[in-house]
Design a protein around this ligand. Sequence first.
Ligand code: AMP
Ligand code: DBH
Length: 550
Amino acid sequence: MTTAFLNPDTPTWPAEFAERYRAAGHWRGETFGGVLSERAAAHPDRVAVVDPAGTRRAWTYAELDERASRLAAGFAARGIAPGDRVVVQLPNIAEFIEVVFALFRIGALPVYALPAHRETEIGYFCSFTEAVAYVVPERHAGFDHLALASRVKERTPTLKHVFVVGEPGEHTALSDVPCDPVDTGHTPQPGDLAFLQLSGGTTGVPKLIPRTHDDYIYSLRGSNEICGVDGDTRFLVVLPAAHNFPMSSPGWLGALYAGGTVVLSPAPDPATAFRLVESERVTMTGMVPPLAILWSEAAPATAHDLSSLELILVGGAKYSEAAARRLEPALGCRLMQVFGMAEGLVNYTRLDDDYETVVTTQGRPISQDDEIRVVDDEDVDVPQGDYGHLLTRGPYTIRGYWRAPQHNERSFTEEGFYRTGDIVRRTATGHLVVEGRAKDQINRGGEKIAPEEIENIILSHPSVHDVSVVGVADDYLGERTLAYVILRSGTEPLKPAAIKRLVRERGVAAYKVPDLVEFVDAFPQTGIGKVSKKGLRSDTASAGPAPARS
Ligand code: AMP
Ligand code: DBH
């Protein structure tokens, strides 16, 4: 029996849009599980995944396919059912790919946590999604994931399984799970949800982004075409594999869709990655601007042979024109800028764009059916070439977050356009230039931080009267975080380190700990007496260019 898994938690595309996207050939009725089987049948002996950490492992398509099937059977045998959520927190190791394809096969939804996430974030993902399982490494980057998993399991009643890559302690070793496949009677359908991706967020807790097989696979196919990904591509994953950018633009899923090879870098630094570029003859990779700056600085002096590199994609945060101009001469390969979002829309400069367009714009949409509007504060379209809020709708842009009806009212227009929160300008050729953002978010070198989440933590300190977390311009990261803190009158003075420690000890990802803390007597006020982040930003920006518009 084949039944579509209906998901009541997610607004979806109205029927006439779905029909249009199918008729246009965007949604072709593929699923991730099916795609892997097809590739394994077509070229079983081609290498799909190289995991160079420790003893170099290389799995062919046939091996990856068989592993995913056996693991899927093992998950099903342990009671993981279609539609169940499974929080996956793995670094750049081959098991990450094996686990997500196993979950795709049974129709369970991976929830992509980042290796940097800690108890606050993981506890939230597990409880909000009512996850039944959580997949972790034993240790990563010196951190004991087993202890964290035990604490989260204790407080999450739905969480029945913790699967561990490595020694499992009181939990279950992932290597003990696989078993011989049996027919479960359920085949995931192309319109079903495939996974939940995380939003960078502007709210106290991250929102979850529901993506279907059909819509995400279309974005992969479109990305592959634009970037020239094919069976000869050797794609290096330098950012954490769970991020939407290295996953799909065109990313490791794009490379697998095309029958290419994915090389997983355990770390993004030039010393680690350049060695892999040489040894694995890497042709393509993607990275955030601060890393592209590091690579551009390191490349001219490296002893490694980088001549296999053909294309580097840079995105996730604004890449300055000056830095963009340095990449091609330093790395000896092509640059492509990418401006994307886990909610959907992805823009690329094109291989046949002139050089000025490549270094001064953030690209144009993948699809002819991506609808772009640039509007003023009243949602009225601004004249061509003017700055405004970017709204978008299309064949791979979600129509709503998962189980978040109130956010959806704010984040989407009545016609289903997603309010990206970005301020852009559209050139005569349809390329977008990102000017800043209107949303309350900090983009710290591509890592998105919701000030509200950090403000809530700092406010819990008994001596803190009020707090405002803002981004300040930074040459390397683009923005760093600054917490303005007003102490209660009559309390002992605090040191900045005490505020940072408070945030760290709350158990959040390290990149969210404020870089700077400043104690002030008052924030700038607006007419209605609320804290003005705009005022704070223009104050801090007087030392440099404005980090963000609001
Ligand atoms: P998220 O919604 O967490 O996936 O983050 C997507 C956001 O990252 C976008 O809405 C932009 O604010 C930002 N972003 C991504 N790529 C770029 C880029 N190339 N230039 C400027 N901002 C970017
Ligand atoms: O920042 C992002 O989220 C992002 C950047 C580039 C993204 O999701 C993408 C490409 O797909």
